[in-house]
Design a protein around this ligand. Sequence first.
Ligand SMILES: Nc1ncnc2c1ncn2[C@@H]1O[C@H](COP(=O)(O)OP(=O)(O)OP(=O)(O)O)[C@@H](O)[C@H]1O
Ligand SMILES: [Mg+2]
Length: 251
Amino acid sequence: MGQPDSSLIEKERNPAKTPVLFQGRGITKTYQMGEVKVQALRAVDLDLYQEEFVVLLGPSGSGKSTLLNILGGLDTPSSGEVFFRHYNLTQGGDRVLTRFRREAIGFIFQFYNLIPSLTAQENVALVTDIASHPMKPAEALEMVGLGDRLDHFPSQLSGGEQQRVAIARAIAKRPEVMFCDEPTGALDLNTGKLVLEVLSKVNQELGTTLVIITHNAGIGAMADRVITMRDGQIYSIEQNARRANAEELTW
Ligand SMILES: Nc1ncnc2c1ncn2[C@@H]1O[C@H](COP(=O)(O)OP(=O)(O)OP(=O)(O)O)[C@@H](O)[C@H]1O
Ligand SMILES: [Mg+2]
């Protein structure tokens, strides 16, 4: 396979000209499944900038989740390097990686992973209890529009509301980055828009770098940059002249 076009990285600068936050270089991931070798990532080079909003698109199996999991320290590459600021996450060892995951990164997945026997506020407090400069759980829930639902259990909340609790839980530790893997995948159109609005607000008001994986190309209009993957490589990087609001989206 050919190398990805590394000049893409030089050409496609973040419009805000903020400093680079992540640098991925030659990231490769190979899974060996018995006789079969799956090349999930093929020498991916990627920079992510502070405070930007990126939408990551690409067909199923193109390597989106694998890439985000490696950048976020949930998985390790077969070869290549990931830098977060001046920290080398691939060489830094477990202590660097654990601290990075605990302090710098918030993950959001398609399913909300809330603890059913805890209220919204208690679910958020699980994270703030171990963070160094957390928001108050009520403040985080206020920010996602759930200030009046603090004492409700997950079963008393809709899917979109549960996802917003998950977002509150992620932002409460004031991470520098939020990685969201199909955050609206289980939601209907209007509920999905509400969740996207909340994520965009977090990006703008807290300056949190935001990456959203989605199958919905329309969501790309909300981002600063749209990165498309194909077959384990970055296929294109596009920059939006302006960011759309969630209400403007059509799909
Ligand atoms: N744990 C694993 N073991 C073996 N192969 C894997 C594993 N995880 C991912 N893969 C393979 O790596 C490739 C990339 O998978 P990945 O989950 O990153 O794709 P994706 O773009 O997120 O797809 P989707 O849109 O369906 O979520 C796929 O071919 C997948 O089958
Ligand atoms: Mg995936």
